[in-house]
Design a protein around this ligand. Structure first.
Ligand SMILES: NC(=O)c1ccc[n+]([C@@H]2O[C@H](COP(=O)([O-])OP(=O)(O)OC[C@H]3O[C@@H](n4cnc5c(N)ncnc54)[C@H](O)[C@@H]3O)[C@@H](O)[C@H]2O)c1
Length: 307
């Protein structure tokens, strides 16, 4: 039975990854300091194959049993979290990634870094391909997250080149699904919370900025294909379907049957104007592409919120 470590395993994506790995027959060590994740996300998981370890990945973690896979997801991910925790975000991206890579090196495990489309910043190339180096403001408030992930990618490539660690980098584009926190500040949980309460839907700016939204199950499938592949360069995983934020608000209103109306609020600093993954590499290297359309994914997310 393979053993996997999932750092950030009590978070939104990490808990779905734990579920999937257990279904695939892995033993799972879920490591999380519960900064932005919750035990509620993993309370449904029972059995000897699952162990929760409360630990801050900024500190060294000694693992005695043999490990086959390290999935490194630990990091604040939502703007309201990383703007509240700027130093911690930089530390978990640097020391935390260093510690996670050290575990992979010691155990000769395969390693996957959860990177982000934010490494492209406010992109001047559209859609974004992996060979685009990005347009990031390193000293703006969002820079703590973007640069932490860029540094984590550099560290991961150095461990691969210098230490021969079997590393993989996934650049995740906006992903949504059950277990997102209603107040985490990201567009889909915010709009759903507002729509389900018939409250005004708060759109930043004029709502013409675009995003692409990937359903969580599709993303997790991409993680598993990538970590078992021979590919060491970064791979975009996201849904290339591109929507303006205003279109997303309309889709949420339609999906919930809400009486909510859109209201406009000031655009946050350095908010990217466009965001759409080019997934040619994921298609060619992994045979991966998303299967869940936005309307379907919204219905699944709404059903879980109502439950
Ligand atoms: N959800 C997305 O759309 C998205 C997009 C791009 C990248 N990502 C990346 O995916 C990963 C997971 O994101 P998420 O959406 O599940 O966010 P999340 O906040 O729900 O999960 C992050 C988890 O990491 C944990 N954590 C934070 N710092 C830690 C530390 N120092 N030690 C141990 N655990 C720590 C948190 O408690 C939380 O459980 C993050 O690395 C994020 O940057 C997510």
């Amino acid at each position: 039975m393979p053993t996997s470590i999932v750092t950030g395993g009590a978070g939104f994506l990490g808990s779905h990854l734990c579920d999937r790995l257990l279904r695939e027959g892995h033993r799972v060590l879920c490591v999380d300091n519960l900064d932005t994740g919750t035990l509620e996300n993993i309370e449904h998981i029972r059995g000897e194959e699952f162990t929760f370890v409360q630990h801050d990945m900024v500190d060294h973690l000694d693992i005695r049993e043999s490990i086959d896979y390290v999935f490194h997801l630990a990091s604040p991910a939502s703007p309201i979290d990383y703007l509240r925790l700027p130093l911690h975000t930089l530390k978990v991206g640097s020391y935390g990634t260093h510690n996670a890579l050290g575990i992979a090196k010691k155990h000769r495990a395969r390693f996957l870094l959860a990177s982000t489309s934010e490494v492209y910043g406010d992109p001047l190339v559209h859609p974004q391909r992996e060979d685009y180096w990005g347009n990031v403001n390193p000293i703006g408030p969002r820079g703590v997250y973007d640069e932490a992930k860029r540094y984590a990618e550099a560290l991961t490539m150095a461990y691969h080149r210098q230490q021969g660690v079997d590393t993989h980098i996934v650049r995740i584009f906006n992903t949504y699904g059950p277990r997102m926190r209603p107040f985490d500040g990201r567009a889909i949980p915010t709009f759903l919370r507002q729509a389900l309460a018939d409250k005004p839907i708060t759109v930043f700016g004029d709502g013409s900025q675009t995003r692409s939204f990937c359903y969580v199950d599709d993303l997790i499938e991409g993680f598993l294909r990538l970590i078992d592949s021979d590919e060491h360069g970064p791979v975009n995983i996201g849904n290339p379907g591109e929507f303006t934020i205003l279109q997303l608000a309309d889709a949420v209103i339609a999906a919930t049957g809400s009486a909510s109306k859109v209201v406009y609020e000031a655009l946050p600093q350095d908010d990217p104007t466009v965001r759409q993954p080019d997934i040619t590499r994921a298609r060619q290297l992994l045979g991966w592409e998303p299967t869940v359309e936005l309307d379907d994914g919204l219905q699944r997310t709404i059903a879980s919120l109502r439950r």
